[in-house]
Design a protein around this ligand. Sequence first.
Ligand code: GLY
Length: 362
Amino acid sequence: MHHPDICIAGAGIIGLSLALELHHRGHRVTVLDQGDPLAEASTAAAGMLAAQDPDNPPQLRPLADLSLSLYPAFLDRLYNFSAIRVPFQTHTTLQSLHPKHNSPNELTPADLTAEDLSHLLPALTPTGHRFILLDEHSLDPRQLAAALLAAVHSTTIDLRPNTSLLSTRSTSNSIEIITATGTVHSSRFVDCTGAWATTTSRLSHLQIAPRKGQMVAVALPPSLPLHFVVRTPDIYIVPRTTGPAAGRAIIGATIEDSGFDKSIHPDDIHHLRALAAALLPPIANTPQLEAWSGLRPATPDGLPLLGALPGDPNHLIATGHYRNGILLAPATALVMAQLLSNETPSVDLTSFSPGRAVPQTA
Ligand code: GLY
C-alpha cells in the first residue's frame, strides 16, 4: 500500500497549491477529493487579489501581503510545470469606501475627485460613494485552475478524485485516513476541504460554515471598455480583459447562509445586476452569459484556520479562507509547508491558530 508523507483532503486551490509546495520540498503527497478537483469555491471565485479590501479583517493583512509577494513566483511555477501562463486580468481597483471605512489603514490613498472619476470611467454614477484607486490585481480562477491541475498532473503527486473522506484516526506517529474506497496511512494529514471541513473537523468552538455567493457574468457593451475592477461594500464588477472570457464582466456576489444549497435565484441575480447598473448604467441591459454560485468557507471571526488541531500534531487544517481563497493560496501553501517541515512560518500564525478563542459575538 502507498504510504505518503502527507495526505491532503480537498483538491481545491488551497489543497493543490499546498501539494505542489510540498512536492517541491521533496515530500510524497496524496490528495483526496470527494468529487472533481477545483470544482467548488476555487472556480466560483471572481479572482480579485483584494489584499487591501477595507472589509477584510486587519489581522489578515500580513498573510495577504505575503501571498501577493509570492504570486509572481507561484504563477511562474505553474507555468514551468504546465506550460499554461495565467495572466493578470486587471491591475487596478476602483474601491468605494463606506463611511465606516474612515481610515482602513494609514496608507489609504486620497479620495478621487468627481473630475478624476469622470476621466477614469465616464459611465460611472458615483452618487453617494467615496472612491479611491487601489493597486490590486485580478485573475481568472478558471485559467488558474487549469494551470494548477495540469501542474499537479505533471508531478508524482497522487491525486484521487471521487474519494470521500469518512474519518481520521491518529496514532502516536501517524494518522489513518479512512475514505469511502479504503484507508490511507500517512505521517501527517491536512484538511483543506473548505466549507466541507465542517463535516470532518473536530473544532467544535470554531465551526466552519458554508456561505453561499451567487454570481453572474454579463457581456460588456462596446461603449464600456472596462479595464479595472469596480468594488463597493455591496457589489463588485470584475472585467475579464484577456483569454477566452475577455469582454465579459463578473458581477458578485450574494452572501447567504443556506447550508450546502447552491441553487441560483433569478431575483437575486436581478438584484446583483441592478446594483451594478446603479453604478454603471450601460451594464443594465447587456446579455447575461452565465450565473453560478459557490460556497465560501466561513469562520466565526472571519479568519482562516491554519495549523495543527489542539492536542493532535499530525492532524492539521488549512481552511476558512472565506472570500480570499485565491488571494491567500500561495501564502497558505508556504506557511503550511513550513509548519510541516518544522520551520518557523514566514508570518505569525497566532491569529489563525485552530486553538484560538473566538469571541461569542464575532
Ligand atoms: N471572493 C469574492 C467573494 O467572496 O464574493
